[in-house]
Design a protein around this ligand. Structure first.
Ligand code: NAP
Length: 285
């Protein structure tokens, strides 16, 4: 029976820390503020936005919404981002992506001020992850994987880690952050040969491939820690991950659940970034 690495205790600890930092800022007359920029009404965006607003409210972060129709022109979105960048009362910006097809993703990402990029979407933030410098912020989901491993005191230094999936949103930054913790990291993609044996060699397996139930007992062995980033809705309408949990759980040492794992922690990471951005802005005055 594996230890279940639930997100809830990680979230509780992060909420407590974020609330204390917000209170310290409030005592100085500063309210950490997040701009949420959304185009259209995609159900996934709306659900994530609700979660963010709730989590922000719990710790003392204010949310300001900027809503555009899904058929808005690129100039309209650029104008919103310019307003967000110029407003000193706004400390961070969550821009929902993927953007509708009339937008040029690179142009839009480049338009956001790096110091307000609390979701790790600008090239500056990604450079910060790779160079280990404090430019912008790492993508929240990748950081959530690390927050869980650290919260549960999973040793990383000197251990073998496999990351399955190399997207800029999850896999690649997660691999870099594991490398920073002195794990020896193998980053896998859809052309990787012998994935099951590579996974079995690892002490830590982070799965972010976007394929429901792809990783099963053939890829796993006893003693491993598994972080499942995938989120899917199965035929029964239930949330599940990239890992076949029922198969993995009796085999491995520890595993994150879906739901209730990485996804839960992601929002708290985002809120923490807003608080951090507010602290940095206050220090710069
Ligand atoms: P993505 O952009 O589709 O990337 C998937 C990655 O997996 C790609 O790098 C792909 O390789 C790789 N891959 C696909 N099949 C593979 C295979 N058979 N063997 C090895 N690698 C394979 O997905 P993403 O945005 O990173 O998201 C991954 C999952 O995490 C999704 O289920 C998504 O819903 C979930 N997610 C969760 C959260 C959260 O908060 N929990 C946040 C974001 C995403 P190639 O590069 O070669 O195509």
């Amino acid at each position: 029976m594996a230890v279940i690495l639930k997100g809830a205790p990680v979230v509780a600890a992060m909420n407590e820390a974020n609330a204390a930092r917000c209170a310290a800022l409030a005592a100085r007359g500063i309210t950490p503020t997040l701009a949420v920029v959304r185009m259209g009404e995609r159900p996934d965006d709306l659900s994530y936005e609700r979660g963010v607003i709730t989590r922000c409210g719990k710790v003392g972060v204010t949310v300001k919404q900027y809503l555009l129709p899904a058929d808005a022109a690129q100039d309209e979105l650029l104008a919103v981002l310019a307003e967000v960048n110029a407003d000193p009362s706004i400390h961070g910006c969550l821009l929902f992506r993927p953007l509708p097809k009339q937008f040029d993703d690179r142009t839009i990402r480049a338009a956001l001020a790096p110091e307000k990029d609390i979701d790790g979407i600008t090239d500056g933030s990604l450079a910060g992850v790779f160079t280990n410098t404090a430019i912008g912020y790492p993508p929240c989901t990748a950081q959530a994987c690390l927050e869980i491993l650290k919260h549960y005191n999973i040793p990383l230094s000197g251990r073998r880690a496999v990351v399955v999936g190399r997207s800029l949103v999850v896999g690649k930054p997660a691999a870099m952050m594991l490398d920073r913790e002195n794990a020896t990291v193998t980053l896998c993609n859809s052309r990787t040969q012998n994935l099951p044996s590579l996974c079995r060699e690892a002490d830590i397996v982070v799965v972010a491939m976007g394929k429901m139930g792809y990783i099963g007992a053939d890829c796993l062995r006893e003693g491993q820690v598994v972080v499942d980033v995938g989120i899917h809705v199965n035929e029964e309408g239930k949330l599940c991950g990239d890992v076949r949990f029922a198969e993995a759980e009796p085999v491995v040492e520890a595993i994150t659940p879906v739901p209730g794992g990485v996804g839960t922690v992601t929002t708290s990471v985002l809120v923490g970034h807003v608080v951090d951005a507010a602290e940095k802005a206050a220090a710069a005055v």
